[in-house]
Design a protein around this ligand. Sequence first.
Ligand code: 8DG
Length: 138
Amino acid sequence: MSTPQTPAPPLAVSAAVLVREGHLLVVSKQAAPGLFYLPGGKPDPGETAEEALHRELAEELGITLRHHRFLAEIHATAALEGVPMRMRVYEVDTSDTPRPAAELAALRWTDGRDPDLRLAPAVSGQVVPLLRERGLLS
Ligand SMILES: Nc1nc2c([nH]c(=O)n2[C@H]2C[C@H](O)[C@@H](COP(=O)(O)OP(=O)(O)OP(=O)(O)O)O2)c(=O)[nH]1
């Protein structure tokens, strides 16, 4: 007899919305250099979503967050792993200048309308419309 399988929990991701002058910061990783999404990543074992947010932003962009505020929980398919993902998105603020480090390939500021910029579906389909609705993007 087969044992019923408990479905795997969705992939947890913490990600940051950093907006300056109506433009959202997006990054691409060496693993997929043509695809842009919010800076952030998966919590390490034992780490909270907020701890992961602060660590990932320090590792990827060399910035210290002054402040973070929960914005939304997004359910989508993870752009790299292709599995169900639960992404906690925080609006963040820093006085530091983000610079790409470690595994990042590039960094861009976008109003969400650049025709040449390929955004992950969760960002173009859910995050950008939410920010536009709140009047945060140009
Ligand atoms: N950070 C982030 N990940 C996203 C977004 N949209 C989206 O589908 N994802 C997916 C891409 C990946 O499948 C997964 C996060 O992986 P990641 O590669 O950024 O995370 P990580 O830094 O912890 O990865 P790793 O190298 O330690 O494995 O979530 C987004 O806006 N931001």
